[in-house]
Design a protein around this ligand. Structure first.
Ligand code: GLA
Length: 764
């Protein structure tokens, strides 16, 4: 896997190779891509036989044109550097290779980080004049084709140095013929895929708000122009971190490209007294298209990021009371909702915001996690018992990192919030952030969470974080340039403690929806609330975008009410369910207010999901090429399920073809569509074309017909070999077109969808 050879190192995973060279004690980057066989490195070195204009010559090289494994400042490489140290000798830094070590297990104290790597390579470098030692860590995850990197920086001198920038990973490429894929957005609008061609210049994908952010997720993909979902080369970079991150892509005019990734240097200067560890950047490569890349990451997350008792465990179906009640509930209302939830087969009840202090809206009580006796006079323990008696598990919402000025905690510790002395307070959602750089605040949180989770039979926690950081300042810090990194270190200390004490609790991360959907959070929380936006159409893009880097087992989706609370859009219940299935399913609406028909449908949905839960949560996930009209997702385990999701209807289009990847070529599969009942209402006045009597649309008889007449959607069924499903695909029946309607026509309205179940013939 890690092979030291003369003047370099070859790192192999199952399908990739990464090669580092050593020349005149400098580390060069020689190759990263599809697996190759190499036993000497001569053929890979850049030759530079002729001069190149005004290039600086250092160490017998022209650094400006060299593909390096790392880069610093001051030696004639004018691209963005991986490291920038402010020292008594200026910024110039010359790190020379010293020696290496190969381990079977990481020996550093980095938190958080992935685990169960196959091997670790440590390369030690030294700047002799500055006495700065740098150790590059490479962790190999053979099976999922992932190599992760981070760096330890040590000050061996008695001088004080400042780290202006320390990235975790550098990748220098010969070519900048790539497109850059980033996942951008805002609240209720997270992780929308953006594709931009890389032209010469410098591109940055980063966050500066203290969280990994809904503006720009840390995942960055670089793909060749012709790479699609199924074929072609692509590289991924992500970071095991939940704070400010940064990826810099610099494409030079001679079409070289450098990709740097790590913790952001925004408003950050670290004092290097002793040792500093950067965070872990996770790289992958695939020449099997974007699905290949995503599958590498999915496997990596499930196997090497998610830990503890929930690893590979099926996640329960929840009912969450937020959109059902918002702040307006009492015990009776909650139990009524829980009863309805139990009736339809839901497994866990989540009590969301508003249960503590005197919190009747979002202006108060954050920090005071003692029960609101007005709403719940008998307390949380009693409520949890009642819920348990109904046969449901109980879960609870908290927002530990925040504080309301109107709270007992603020009265006791006004200096525990993040604020700059002698300046006005700046609020977001009426709240302030707790100063987690302060160990006393960390201890307080550890203790109060401990008390809460011990106080009742709590099986699930939704950990929210509803504002970004501004006005960074802490009286506990000498160097305010360390605020952002120390905040995250403090937070991870709290996470570590809580996880350790409550290994059986399922944690769902949340940050006003998906403001912190990242690999750092997933080291502690097994799933994440994807977005506050549960609208079908919006979710198509949000879930699709999220799936590029994160597996379905981590993507929490709820079926909510219509009109949707974020967009006021109406979409069919079946579609809201079908889409929410591709991940961890939950419900978030007032079930008790639904019609019998809808409740019956939900009961069927819950059963259907339970039967296929493992496929949805842990199957190999594929995106088919998306077009303006539809999105297709596919989850494959032994059997498979495809979701065909329509956006808007465009009449008289080519028939839909359903291709299904990932099956065994020589095995026969039965492909069957789900059964949906259509409400005759969707046909409007057209119903009179078949009705024996003329109906007044909207009249009593018409209403009765719509209520009782069950119009089944066409059910499709095919038996096809795996290779045919992948390569040829199934031509589905034509969609409704206003002409020639019969039983075979698929009636799929705007935002309609179908699930297709694919089972091996002869299997149950
Ligand atoms: C955030 C979450 C919601 C809900 C509210 C409660 O917005 O994303 O799901 O929990 O907070 O205040």
């Amino acid at each position: 896997m890690i092979k030291p050879i003369e003047n370099g190192f070859i790192l192999n995973t199952k399908k990739t190779t990464y090669i580092i060279g050593i020349k005149n004690d400098w580390l060069l980057h020689l190759y990263y891509g599809a697996k190759i066989q190499v036993d000497n490195l001569d053929f890979l070195y850049q030759k530079f036989d002729n001069g190149r204009g005004n290039a600086v010559i250092a160490n017998n090289m022209m650094p400006q044109y060299v593909n390096f494994e790392i880069s610093t400042v001051g030696l004639g490489d004018y691209r963005e550097p991986m490291f920038a140290f402010d020292t008594c000798l200026g910024y110039t830094c010359n790190l020379k290779y010293q020696d290496f070590e190969i381990l079977n297990k990481d020996d550093s104290l980095l938190i958080p980080q992935s685990y169960n790597e196959n091997q670790v390579l440590k390369l030690r470098l030294l700047d002799e004049a500055l006495k700065i030692e740098v150790i590059l860590y490479y962790k190999i995850f053979y099976e999922c084709d992932v190599i992760s990197k981070y760096v330890q920086i040590k000050n061996l001198s008695t001088n004080q140095y400042i780290i202006d920038r320390a990235m975790s990973s550098q990748l220098d490429f010969d070519s900048s013929e790539f497109e850059m894929l980033t996942f951008e957005g805002a609240w209720a609008n997270e992780r929308h895929l953006k594709v931009k061609p890389v032209e010469s210049g410098i591109y940055i994908n980063d966050s500066k708000c203290g969280a990994s952010s809904n503006n720009r997720n840390p995942l960055v993909i670089l793909k060749r122009h012709n790479t699609n979902q199924h074929n072609g080369e692509c590289y991924g970079s992500n970071i095991v971190y939940s704070g400010n991150h940064k990826t810099i892509i610099e494409a030079t005019t001679d079409k070289r490209m450098r990709v740097l990734a790590g913790v952001s240097d925004y408003a950050t200067r670290i004092t290097l007294d002793d040792v500093y560890l950067t965070k872990e950047v996770v790289l992958t490569y695939s020449n099997e298209g974007l699905n290949g890349l995503s599958q590498n990451y999915h496997q990596f997350v499930n196997e090497h990021i998610i830990r503890g008792n929930w690893k590979y465990k099926e996640r329960p179906i929840v009912i969450n009371n937020w959109e059902a009640t918002y702040f307006n509930f009492d015990e009776g209302k909650l139990l009524k909702l829980a009863r309805c939830a139990k009736q339809v087969g839901i497994e866990l009840f989540v009590l969301d915001d508003g249960w503590f202090g005197h919190r009747d809206n979002d202006t108060s009580s954050l920090g005071d996690y003692s029960v609101n006796r007005k709403k719940l006079p008998k307390g949380i323990k009693h409520l949890a018992e009642k819920i348990n008696d109904l046969g449901l598990d109980f879960g609870i919402w908290v927002e530990p990192e925040m504080i309301s000025v109107d709270s007992d905690l603020y009265k006791a510790h006004p200096d525990w919030s993040v604020a700059v002395p002698n300046r006005e307070l700046n609020f977001s959602r009426n709240q302030l952030v707790l100063d987690l750089t302060n160990p006393n605040v960390q201890d307080y949180l550890i203790e109060s969470l401990n008390d809460l989770l011990n106080s009742a039979n709590i099986k699930y926690v939704k950990w929210d974080y509803n504002r970004n950081i501004s006005d960074m300042y802490s009286k506990t810090l000498i160097n305010q340039g360390e605020f952002f990194v120390k905040y995250m270190d403090g937070l991870y200390r709290v996470f570590e403690n809580v996880n350790r004490k409550f290994p059986d609790v399922l944690f769902e991360g949340c940050a006003g929806g998906g403001n912190r959907f990242d690999l750092g959070i997933l080291c502690y929380f097994q799933q994440i609330w994807t977005s506050d936006d549960t609208d079908y159409l919006e979710r198509l893009s949000i879930q699709s975008g999220t799936s590029y880097g994160y597996p379905p087992s981590t993507i929490s989706n709820h079926v909510s009410d219509v009109p949707n609370h974020q967009t006021l859009r109406i979409s069919p219940l079946a579609s809201r369910f079908n889409l929410a299935c591709f991940g961890v399913l939950g419900y978030e609406l007032d079930l008790c207010a639904l019609s019998k028909r809808d409740l019956f449908e939900i009961q069927k949905q819950v059963l259907q999901y339970k039967q296929a839960r493992r496929v949805f949560q842990y199957g190999k996930f594929y995106r088919q090429e998306e077009d303006a009209q539809k999105v297709i997702f596919l989850s494959v385990l032994d059997n498979a399920i495809a979701g065909v999701f329509q956006k808007l209807v465009h009449p008289n289009q080519q028939e839909d073809t359903l291709k299904i990847n990932g099956l065994e070529d020589n095995v026969k599969y039965k492909v069957e569509s789900d059964t949906q009942v259509l409400n005759a209402k969707i046909f409007g006045g057209l119903i009179n074309m078949i009705s024996p009597i003329k109906l007044k649309i909207g009249g009593t008889v018409h209403k009765l017909v719509c209520k009782y007449y069950k119009l089944k959607q066409t059910q499709e069924s095919y038996i096809v070999y795996g290779d045919a499903l992948k390569n040829a695909g199934i031509k589905l029946h034509g969609q409704f077109l206003g002409t020639g309607f019969n039983n075979n026509v698929r009636v799929i309205v705007d935002f309609g969808s179908n699930l297709y179940y694919i089972r091996k013939v002869n299997s149950k």
